[in-house]
Design a protein around this ligand. Sequence first.
Ligand SMILES: Nc1ncnc2c1ncn2[C@@H]1O[C@H](COP(=O)(O)OP(=O)(O)OP(=O)(O)O)[C@@H](O)[C@H]1O
Ligand SMILES: O=c1ccn([C@@H]2O[C@H](COP(=O)(O)O)[C@@H](O)[C@H]2O)c(=O)[nH]1
Ligand SMILES: [Mg+2]
Length: 239
Amino acid sequence: MWRRVTSVSHLTFAHKSTVNKNACTFKCWESFTTEIPRKEKTTYQRAKTPFITFVLGGPGSGKGTQCMKIVENFGFTHLSAGELLRREIASNSADGIMILNTIKEGKIVPSELTIKLIQKEMELSDNYKFLIDGFPRSEDNRKAFEQIFGAEPDVVLFFDCPEDEMVKRVLNRNQGRVDDNIDTIKKRLKVFTALNLPVVNHYLEKGKLYKINGVGTVDEIYKQVHPVFSSFHFEQVRV
Ligand SMILES: Nc1ncnc2c1ncn2[C@@H]1O[C@H](COP(=O)(O)OP(=O)(O)OP(=O)(O)O)[C@@H](O)[C@H]1O
Ligand SMILES: O=c1ccn([C@@H]2O[C@H](COP(=O)(O)O)[C@@H](O)[C@H]2O)c(=O)[nH]1
Ligand SMILES: [Mg+2]
């Protein structure tokens, strides 16, 4: 069993690629001063450091669907940024109307607001493995996250899917989302190309990107995803 601490203003992430080591002010885990080599046989649970995965891809590329399978197999906590924003709208928060209008337009909510919601969920969680789905959506999002958390992600998954397939899936989704209509989808695709692809390229250049072919059945796609996480030797929930 590992120990949690309640205040971390004096602590830092024991993270390989820390950007701003003193920026982490949220409740997290006792950190080690020695660096943990990636993919060694030691489990990350013993390492007690947050393991952060960004899950990227266009609208309808299958991020949420694959996240469910990763949770099931590797015990991650799934944080969908879009879902957190929709929850904020539903709770009639002060920012609700602004978030709703932004989502209807397929635009991006200010970074600090989204990061605040993600940070709150991470604080509430006892887990150390996080899937952050649909974030960062822009270079501004990415830089703000790295500044505030003082850390970069360990893994970035990118679901690569043709636009016509993504449009088809979103229009068939049937979950009553205000942005699942052809007008908003077109806007979201433009925003994805203009603002999200630069983030994908950034992590490609950093060697952190795992590009997954997002076409095929859910299980066929997951076959590409599973080895990404098994290579880290987590204590698996289910094989
Ligand atoms: N491989 C697949 N083949 C066919 N349909 C799929 C596949 N993966 C997911 N879907 C379906 O496509 C729709 C979109 O998938 P999902 O919600 O996982 O995408 P997403 O990337 O999270 O989208 P968004 O960014 O809009 O939240 C869902 O209805 C889902 O059931
Ligand atoms: O980091 C984020 C994530 C999402 N948004 C807004 O929400 C919608 C829906 O997001 P999904 O990931 O598809 O659920 C997205 O189009 C953005 O408008 C955001 O602003 N920032
Ligand atoms: Mg989703």
